[in-house]
Design a binder for this molecule. Structure first.
Ligand SMILES: Nc1ncnc2c1ncn2[C@@H]1O[C@H](COP(=O)(O)OP(=O)(O)OP(=O)(O)O)[C@@H](O)[C@H]1O
Ligand SMILES: [Mg+2]
Length: 270
């Protein structure tokens, strides 16, 4: 598959542009030229659920902070709480305790409508099982978030997004007429079409062959570098995790340790 075209840059604040252009910010990463501006923060996040055996803690006092433009992998054994954490951070579910901020907004203080509005404008989510709407074509699936957020020219923008993932020719296909890798790429185009502040992906290559998986991952990182979209990926794939700026290792509902892969180590200046 050939990926063509460019992803539009996400509109950024004057302050951030100024920082990037003049290097006048007091903290930046020399190697990757990323500003250290917090975009996602969680404080003492816990999630308890009732199970046949009683109350079960599936997320246990998790703290984290992720900066604009960072790529972060969340790894850990099955049942460690990765998907639960991702769902909370994306505002799809609510914690039992703790707080979450996306940009400057506390999503844990919002009602469902508030969270939905924030998600519509700032969050992209790629589920392992794609979650495409079966009665809509590939193009219509990608148009949906644009229509929900009231964007003009939804069809043109969605078509460009499909071109970017190499699927223009499949725009009229329904999900059951697409291969697994094609569905995954439609899901990625849909997640990116609103130019989200943060893109969450839960095992984005879990169902794909190696080649298609690599193509999908290249696409995510290309969008990360071209649009400065923050990536938060859950994965069992160690080579994917080590392409990220940071790796958070989860076990039994907690972040046990954080790892910075070699390629991402550099000198930060004050
Ligand atoms: N609604 C629920 N009710 C009861 N238990 C739940 C619920 N949701 C998740 N769990 C349990 O919480 C734990 C964490 O689940 P989660 O889906 O976050 O794990 P995961 O790290 O994503 O695992 P995997 O790698 O298998 O996807 C699991 O043991 C799961 O059985
Ligand atoms: Mg999971």
């Amino acid at each position: 598959m050939t990926i063509t075209g460019e992803f539009p840059a996400r509109p950024q604040s004057g302050k951030r542009d100024g920082n990037r252009n003049t290097h006048a910010n007091n903290k930046y990463d020399l190697k990757r030229m990323k500003t250290f501006e917090s975009v996602l923060k969680a404080q003492q996040l816990s999630k308890q659920v009732t199970s046949p055996g009683g109350l079960l803690t599936i997320l246990d006092r998790v703290d984290l902070e992720i900066n604009q433009g960072e790529s972060v992998a969340i790894v850990g054994v099955s049942g460690a709480g990765k998907t639960t954490l991702l769902g909370l951070l994306a505002g799809l579910d609510v914690p039992s305790e703790g707080k979450i901020w996306l940009r400057d907004e506390e999503i844990t203080a919002m009602d469902e409508d508030g969270r939905a509005a924030l998600r519509a404008n700032h969050v992209g989510f790629v589920f392992q099982s794609f979650h495409l709407i079966s009665s809509l074509t590939a193009l219509e699936n990608v148009m949906l978030p644009l229509e929900l957020s009231g964007a003009k020219h939804a069809s043109d923008i969605a078509l460009r997004a499909l071109q970017n993932v190499g699927l223009e020719a499949r725009r009229g296909h329904y999900p059951n007429q697409l291969s697994g890798g094609e569905k995954q790429r439609v899901a990625i185009a849909r997640a990116f079409v609103i130019k989200p502040t943060v893109l969450f992906a839960d095992e984005p290559t879990g169902n794909l062959d190696q080649h298609t998986g690599e193509t999908v991952i290249d696409l995510l990182f290309r969008m990360n570098s071209e649009s400065n979209t923050t990536l938060v990926l859950v994965t069992h794939d160690t080579s994917l995790a080590s392409r990220c700026d940071r790796i958070l290792h989860m076990n039994a509902g907690r972040i046990e340790r954080e790892e910075v892969p070699e390629h991402s180590r550099s000198t930060n200046v004050e």
